[in-house]
Design a protein around this ligand. Structure first.
Ligand code: 13P
Length: 256
């Protein structure tokens, strides 16, 4: 059974005060939402502070932190970057290869692949993003080919640990979410090169109204949420929906 994931990618949003309010609100709101994993990915400058807000040892084992990006070297003269060694001190996940990293900052597949290897080597779970720019007849194949390259050299054992996020670029921040059937079709196709244990998320204009339709698909194991993750009530509703679906599937509490 693949435990469902609800992950909030806050992108370059929130003041320190807002981050504190949002993080503690989620912490308190998911206290009894234990059949899923909830992951918060604040801006890197707030990671340590949010870690302090939410990670009180053993108390919230189903709530996790993720970085939005990192470099692959451990340390050195890389101005403006954060390293896996740093991320590991405060977070368990890292988003890699987000389309905003590739489109706005020009990250290459090779660079992202290096980061995937570095995260796994340091025991940080990558949330590896992949998605096509436009929806065409060849989309599925393009996404699959890209994913293969992003995972080049990753062992079968490690592929089980990776979380893949299918984020069609045309659906991100546009309000034009992919239909659940289309997302399932692509994600089901990606699963062919992954393990049945690998969790695959959908991302792109997901919200509290469409969450259930995605989470009910057989191969969609969760959501990577941008805009809607900044709205506490909406985000918590999405967590509850995922938890309820976990219950319908007969999933036991992770920690009972
Ligand atoms: P939106 O949910 O705002 O479309 O963003 C999706 C995303 O990019 C999450 O990483």
């Amino acid at each position: 059974m693949r435990t469902k994931i609800i992950a909030g990618n806050w992108k370059m949003n929130t003041s320190l005060a807002d981050a504190h309010i949002l993080a503690t609100g989620v912490r308190d709101g998911v206290e009894h939402i234990e059949r899923i994993e909830t992951i918060l990915c604040p801006p890197s400058i707030w990671l340590a502070s949010v870690a302090h807000d939410i990670v009180q040892k053993g108390q919230y084992p189903h709530l996790h932190l993720g970085a939005q990006n990192m470099y692959y070297e451990d340390a050195g003269a890389f101005t403006g970057e954060i390293s896996p060694v740093m991320v590991k001190e405060v977070a368990e996940y890292v988003i890699l290869g987000h389309s905003e990293r590739t489109h706005v900052f020009g990250e290459s597949i090779e660079l992202i692949n290096n980061k995937v290897h570095a995260s796994l080597a340091h025991g940080i779970t990558p949330i590896l993003c992949v998605g096509e720019d436009d929806q065409t007849e060849t989309s599925k194949q393009i996404v699959l080919d890209t994913l293969r390259k992003l995972l080049d050299g990753v062992s079968e054992e490690d592929i089980k640990k990776v979380v893949v996020a299918y984020e069609p670029v045309w659906a991100i921040g546009t309000g034009k979410a992919a239909t659940p059937e289309y997302a399932q079709e692509v994600i089901g196709y990606l699963r062919e090169i992954l393990s049945s244990d690998t969790r695959i998320l959908y991302g792109g204009s997901a919200n509290d109204e469409n969450a259930k339709s995605y989470l009910s698909q057989p191969d969609i194991d969760g959501l990577l949420i941008g805009g809607a993750s900044l709205k506490l009530k909406v985000f918590l509703t999405m967590c509850q929906i995922a938890d309820d679906i976990g219950q319908d599937l007969g999933h036991q509490s992770l920690h009972s």
